[in-house]
Write a protein that binds this ligand. Sequence first.
Ligand SMILES: [Fe+2]
Length: 111
Amino acid sequence: MKMWRCTVCGLLYEGENSPKACPKCGSPAEKFELVSEEQVGIIERARKTNQLHSDLLAELAKVEAIADAGIEDNLDPGCLRTFTKAKEATRLVRQFSVAEIRVHVNKGKWG
Ligand SMILES: [Fe+2]
């Protein structure tokens, strides 16, 4: 499968030929460049990991909401400490994941 990149907006398009116009920004076909086979391989290899990061961020948001509810509930000092630590942990892991996503995007691994 060939992959094309819109040089105007960055959209990646999979197909034998570039689209007549960019589905996202409307730029004409000549604004598309063919993505190298090596880069396509890098993108395809990273897709699973990219999805795992997306899933992780979604789950972290759920855990943070639970932690917030536990902090608000504030049954006793042990519970408060546990939910506070959970909230801190979600924030730390989120920053790890976001940093990795940033690296993937900058290296063209996100597509
Ligand atoms: Fe575009």
